[in-house]
Every structure is written in structure tokens, then in C-alpha cells.
Write a protein that binds this ligand. Structure first.
Ligand code: ZN
Length: 264
């Protein structure tokens, strides 16, 4: 079974955020243990002997909460280490998904959340189908959402999920209803938080720093990033990695190249 851990970034109702992002990490059941261990190692490296520190990308970048007294160089190193854990995870034990919705007068709030969820779930379903058809590896999928800012929404999702899932045509490979958990309780949701924030930074600020080490972990086939989708306001040619790789397989577009860290 693959567990798709999902979190959101950008406020769907606040016009100051141009984008709403849902990002997630689909993790093979046995891989969760090893990834959690890798993240504990990151904590031990930087904060030995402390109680578990929650890796929340926004707080780490902004230096808020626990991170207020942590030097910026350490905070940057922690973010880089989390990116490297994702980038270096076993294949296909970890696969990333993300939807960046550019909000419009009609696509915002709950509609943006639903659109993003439908896009991510459909792509997760396609990934599961491909595992079955091309690798003879039939696996079911389970959705785990981070408890969001809107508790009301979580109730609506669970109640209406079967109907929504049927509309989206994704219930074939998914089992049961989605589950909700606190990001403080599982490192896997902290990975999902990292992914959604990384996608948000790319679309909202053209900042590819966080997504850089992880871009190749988004679901792909024939060098097209099927796991990442951009719902743009206009149909003009877009140079984001999602749109660029669909136009020219293997291309990540110039948004990415302009800001991608120069790795080895
Ligand atoms: Zn695009």
C-alpha cells in the first residue's frame, strides 16, 4: 500500500496569496519507518538530545516558534537536509505530487481546495495504475491529510468523499475514506508540508530553492512531470517545470533554471 500524505500551502481565501497549493508524498508502507529514521537523524545532527522538533517549513524559513533562536545558517542546513532525505529516498518508495492553483474570481476558497485535491488524487491514482500495469505491482492507496486550518472542511471531506471520489473517477485504487492527522504527530506529514511549501515558493515567488533537490521525485514517465500540475489563469505558454516538461519532455523550464541551486 502507498500512503499519500498531503498538506496545503497558501491561503485559499486570502487574495494576497495568488496560489493555493496542495502537495504530497506517496510513501510505500514499509518506507515510512526508514524515512522517519532519516528525519530523526536530521534532528540529532542539529539538535542532539532535544525532544522531537516539528519540521514545519514555513516556521523554519521565517525563524518563528521554536526556530526563533536558531541561527539562519542552521535553519537553511535543516531545510537542505530535509530536501536531501526526500531526494535520496529509495525508488519507488517515495513519489511526490503537487497541484498549484492560480486563483481566479471563480476558482478560490473551497473550489480551489477541491480542484487541487481532485488533481492530486487523480495523479496518485494514475501512478498506482501504472505500478499495476507496467511493473506488475498492484498496490492500493490511502490518503492522509494534515489537519488543516479549517476543521469544518475536514468533516465535509470525509462525509462527501465517496461521492467526490466517484466524480473524479479515482476510487478504483483508493481504499477507505481519507484520514486526518496532526503534522506534529508524524514526520511523514512534515515531509508533505515541505513539499507543499516548496511548490508554493516556486509558483508564488519563483523561488526554486526548496523544490530543487526534490524535483526529480515528482511522479514522471518519459521525462514528463505527471505528478506536478499547474492550473494557470491563462493558457499562455508557461515556463514552470510542470508546463515545460509537458511541452518538451525533460525540460524544467526557465523558472527553475533561474533559481535552482547549483548542486554537484
Ligand atoms: Zn505552468
Amino acid at each position: 500500500m502507498y500512503l499519500l500524505y498531503m498538506d496545503e500551502s497558501g491561503n485559499p481565501d486570502n487574495p494576497q496569496d495568488r496560489h493555493f497549493v496542495l502537495g504530497g508524498a506517496a510513501i510505500f508502507e514499509r518506507q515510512t519507518f526508514f524515512l522517519a529514521q532519516d528525519l530523526e537523524e536530521v534532528q540529532k545532527r542539529h539538535f542532539p538530545g532535544l525532544q522531537p522538533v516539528v519540521f514545519h517549513a514555513t516556521d523554519i524559513r521565517a525563524g518563528s516558534g521554536f526556530w526563533r533562536t536558531v541561527p539562519q545558517t542552521t535553519r537553511q542546513a535543516v531545510l537542505q537536509d530535509i530536501g536531501n532525505v526526500i531526494g535520496g529516498a529509495n525508488r519507488p518508495g517515495l513519489v511526490l505530487f503537487g497541484a498549484a492553483i492560480e486563483k481566479t474570481d471563480s476558482l478560490y476558497g473551497e473550489a480551489a481546495v477541491e480542484r487541487a485535491t481532485a488533481e492530486v488524487c487523480r495523479r496518485f491514482d494514475i501512478f498506482l495504475m501504472r505500478r499495476k500495469n507496467e511493473s506488475n505491482d498492484p498496490q492500493r492507496g490511502l490518503l492522509v491529510f494534515a489537519e488543516g486550518r479549517f476543521r469544518q472542511r475536514t468533516r465535509v471531506w470525509v462525509k462527501g468523499f465517496r461521492e467526490l471520489g466517484t466524480q473524479w473517477g479515482v476510487l478504483v485504487n483508493l481504499c477507505d475514506i481519507p484520514y486526518f492527522a496532526s503534522a506534529a504527530e508524524t514526520r511523514m506529514l512534515q515531509l508533505a508540508d515541505f513539499v507543499s511549501h516548496a511548490v508554493y515558493l516556486l509558483y508564488e515567488r519563483r523561488d526554486a530553492t526548496l523544490i530543487g533537490p526534490t524535483i526529480n521525485r515528482f511522479d514522471q514517465k518519459d521525462s514528463v512531470l505527471h505528478g506536478l500540475v499547474h492550473i494557470a489563469r491563462t493558457s499562455s505558454i508557461c515556463e514552470c517545470p510542470a508546463c515545460a516538461s509537458r511541452r518538451v519532455p525533460g525540460s524544467l523550464g526557465n523558472w527553475f533554471q533561474a533559481t535552482a541551486p547549483q548542486g554537484p
